[in-house]
Design a protein around this ligand. Structure first.
Ligand code: FE2
Length: 580
């Protein structure tokens, strides 16, 4: 049975294909059309899914979309009636959504086939159920508490559920305009981070701040009836799309979220690119602090209703790895499964797996243990790409490749590491990564000056052999998708100085050999040379979506001052002096 899952006309459009209950391939459209957070129709992703399983769209049995414009309709109408200025907008949005619901026509046009040949059954699933399904049905568990939270989706910002067998029972929803994601976005915008997806930057800034504004920020969002509520006087009226707009070309744009009250309380908003002041850092600190308080309150409530130790979690806010790392200390949950594509691209696999298990009652056999679900490229394709770019290269056997690259990293070089299938989700996890020595004091500055050009306050992440996690980090719950931040033990901070954040934490990726043998063996080779079972891992890109194809990797290597490129079995070394 073949099921195609889609996230479309929404940020991070994507497609995934599930064959007999197993996710065979999944990719966000941005990686293929190179348009960051693209929010249109994922035509290239659909084609890539079908190619990956060698199927035609006419052979697909079910198409599942992680959006249902009829969900929570009564709440939407109630909201529109209470906000007369928004009624016209509401009607327009409904009309636009109706036009986009014709999935059959959209697929037939994108793939240039006659729509009468398409025999699939169509399913639309509420946004947050798709998020929870993406986590629960990829987890190893037969039952778990389900939790999803983000800015908004189908008029809901937060969902709690009981997951058992093939059922996801929704226990509670928090409706718009109350949204923890919107609180985060609002304060991000106020301190000058106005682009979709900037929240992760502000999470990195937070530990530079102090508790100056915790009381004031605490008033913006407060617990209520097992959920939470916003004081709306701090927000502009955002409408039923909660301030997120997808333009006709697929660009995602955010409306201004904060009201004049924020300016009265905290002064002028920071302009993008202006100097970051102590006030901005203190606001980031208070924001993260309050965010965590509310999340842990919600998780406590959820645990009361679903008293299990396992938590399946997704939604854009589940990318808050700092909060995720504290779940074990601050809530009764003991294990988390956080879907690697916790943001909205993950809706594609959530919708497909929900159709498979909850609708069609197919048995669950598959646990998603790794995130390598994207495209891969043959050795001959990589070789011809290198030839096409006129780059001299050496081809090495596996052991020689690992030794050569580990030696280059140990010497302090910056290495582009392009191997196997591209990662699903926003993190590079050792297949489309730039890797470097984690214990060199200047490595963060070198990476930023030469390639990444990131804000000074953003940390780089460590990949660690899973067996050594407890020697380096205070927690031993694994983090295979780089979605937890833990404290680094004091005696290890020096040897990890390039990945040790200002609060002595690291957003680690634990690497197990059965999940990625080649990457595991690379870290092992580095460990043998240096005594450190960790390498610095940052995504293989400059200011663009993470590279997908060999050509994109080679161009990024040529454009930036990377020292070495290891692409498949081939190694390219820049001549001395060319990488600066
Ligand atoms: Fe979402």
């Amino acid at each position: 049975m073949l099921i195609l899952g889609l996230n479309m006309f929404h940020a991070d459009a994507s497609a995934a294909i599930v064959l007999d209950g197993e996710v065979k391939f999944a990719v966000a459209e941005e990686r293929l059309n190179r348009h960051k957070h693209f929010g249109g129709f994922p035509a290239l992703a659909v084609k890539a899914c079908l190619d990956a399983v060698g199927a035609k769209i006419s052979e697909v049995d079910h198409v599942a979309v992680g959006q249902d414009s009829d969900a929570n309709l009564a709440k939407k109408v109630q909201y529109a009636l209470a906000n007369p200025a928004k009624i016209l907008n509401f009607i327009r949005l409904r009309q636009r959504k109706e036009a986009m619901r014709d999935v059959r026509w959209l697929l037939a046009s994108a793939l240039d086939v006659d729509s009468s040949r398409l025999r699939f059954q169509e399913h639309h699933l509420e946004h947050h159920i798709a998020h929870i399904a993406s986590a629960y049905y990829c987890s190893p568990w037969e039952k778990a508490a389900g939790f999803s939270y983000d800015g908004s989706g189908d008029f809901v910002s937060t969902m709690m559920a009981r997951c058992e067998g093939n059922e996801i029972e929704v226990l509670d929803r928090v409706f718009l305009p109350h949204s923890l994601g919107s609180v985060y976005t609002m304060i991000c915008e106020f301190i000058g981070y106005t682009k979709y997806g900037d929240e992760g930057k502000v999470m990195g800034l937070a530990p530079y701040g102090k508790a100056t504004y915790c009381d004031q920020i605490g008033k913006i969002v407060t617990p209520k009836n097992g959920g939470f509520q916003l004081d709306l006087s701090y927000f502009k009226a955002l409408g039923s799309n909660q301030g997120m707009q997808v333009l006709p070309d697929g660009t995602v744009r955010l409306a201004r979220h904060f009201s004049d009250r924020m300016e009265k309380l905290f002064g002028e908003p920071r302009r993008a690119h202006a100097e970051i002041t102590q006030r901005d850092m203190d606001l980031a600190f208070a924001l993260q602090h309050r965010f965590e308080e509310i999340v842990f309150h919600l998780l406590d409530q959820l645990h009361r209703r679903v008293p299990l130790q396992d938590l399946a979690m997704a939604g854009g806010c589940a990318l808050n790895s700092v909060a995720n790392g504290k779940i074990f200390d601050r809530t009764p949950f003991r294990c988390t499964y956080i879907q690697p594509a916790a943001g909205d691209e993950g809706l594609a696999i959530g919708a497909a797996l929900h159709t498979c298990h909850s609708v069609l009652k197919q048995p669950r056999r598959h646990e998603l243990k790794h995130a390598y679900l994207g495209p891969e490229f043959s050795e001959s394709r990589i070789q011809s790409s290198l030839n096409g770019k006129g780059l001299p290269f050496r081809k090495l056997e596996r052991a020689a490749l690992l030794d050569a690259v580990a030696e280059k990293i140990a010497e302090g070089n910056v290495v582009g590491w392009f191997q196997g299938r591209m990662e699903w989700g926003p993190r590079a996890l050792g297949n489309r990564s730039i890797v470097a020595h984690p214990g060199l004091p200047n490595m963060k500055d070198v990476l930023n000056a030469r390639i990444k050009h990131r804000e000074w306050f953003r940390p780089f992440a460590p990949s660690i052999l899973v067996e050594y996690q407890h020697e380096y980090f205070e927690h031993d719950h694994p983090s295979p998708f780089m979605l937890h931040v833990y404290k680094i033990w004091p005696e290890k901070r020096q040897s990890l100085c390039a990945v040790n954040h200002v609060d002595d934490t690291g957003r680690l990726q634990t690497v197990a050999r059965d999940e990625n043998p080649l990457y595991y063996d690379l870290i092992s080779a580095f460990h043998r040379r240096t005594g450190i079972p960790v390498i610095l891992n940052t995504s293989f890109n400059e200011n663009e979506p993470i590279v997908c194809t060999p050509e994109e990797a080679i161009e990024c290597f040529q454009r930036t001052r990377m020292d070495v490129l290891a692409i498949g079995p081939f190694v390219v070394v820049k001549p001395e002096g060319n990488s600066g």
